[in-house]
Ligand binder design. Structure first.
Ligand SMILES: [Zn+2]
Ligand SMILES: [Zn+2]
Length: 260
């Protein structure tokens, strides 16, 4: 039983205890109505699993990108003597370099639910994993600001949230770097990228991003998105940021494919 702290009247102490009680009941009710789910299999987590934010059976299921990976785009490489993937050897990018957490094929359904099925809560687990893996690198890159890849406002209203923003905020919270969600805006509803080839993707995105300010004071910015495919989207946002005065654009994505 708790002791009554010195300096509190009986009535004040009772009020504090009542508030503690109500907070606990509120949290338990919230967990009951919106039970926390495993980001990989979507099963409701039990009490022990809730601290880890993932269920015991799924802990080893996501495949992490590991060394060697492309020094430019972060894609998994199989040959340790290679520095860049075949795509980055052929093509120039506007960004300096980027990294990705997972091999996309191992988290495909999870990413799908995160984007399209209202599972914004997964961002907490993902952000924690990204910061546990890459905080040292982000510090080395001297990142000053985190910017999510923006979503067209009409689409965001329909979906209810921008998953890249949820992820960016979770990473920012974990590593203590500010997140600027309104710095870049997406001004047109571009065609779905998966239907387009590499050249068409770049044309589709030309002038799609505009800046809220044309005099950005940050030198080094980290872009955040859920998936890296050809890099056309990251390049287009990087171009907009650099036109507004940013010198170096890096990125982190939740997932990346093995080829493109
Ligand atoms: Zn699971
Ligand atoms: Zn590459």
């Amino acid at each position: 039983m708790k002791m009554m702290p010195a300096g509190l009247s009986g009535r004040a102490y009772a009020a504090v205890r009542t508030k503690e009680c109500l907070d606990r009941v509120f949290k338990e009710l919230t967990d009951l109505v919106y039970p926390r789910r495993c980001p990989i299999c979507d099963r409701v987590l039990n009490r022990d699993e809730q601290k880890k934010l993932i269920c015991l059976e799924c802990e080893n299921k996501p495949v992490y990108i590991h060394s060697p990976y492309c020094f430019k785009c972060g894609k998994q490489l199989s040959d340790p003597s290679e520095e860049y993937c075949t795509d980055c050897k052929k093509r120039n990018h506007s960004f300096v370099r980027g990294v990705a957490l997972y091999d996309y094929s191992s988290v495909r359904m999870s990413v799908y639910r995160f984007k399209y099925s209202g599972r914004a809560e997964y961002a907490e687990f993902y952000g924690r994993e990204i910061s546990a893996t890459f905080t040292g690198l982000f510090r080395k890159w001297e990142i000053e600001a985190i910017v999510p890849v923006p979503m067209y406002s009409g689409k965001e209203r329909m979906r209810g949230y921008n998953q890249a923003e949820k992820l960016a905020k979770s990473i920012g919270h974990e590593i203590g770097i500010p997140v600027y969600s309104d710095l870049v805006k997406r001004r047109k509803n571009t065609k779905p990228m998966k239907m387009l080839g590499v050249g068409e993707r770049a044309a589709n995105l030309k002038n799609a991003f505009i800046m809220a300010s044309n005099d950005v004071k940050f030198n080094k910015v980290l872009l955040v998105d859920d998936i890296f495919t050809t890099g056309a989207t990251i390049d287009a946002v990087a171009d907009a940021l650099m036109d507004a005065g940013v010198s170096y654009v890096y990125y982190v994505t939740l997932s990346i494919g093995t080829g493109c």
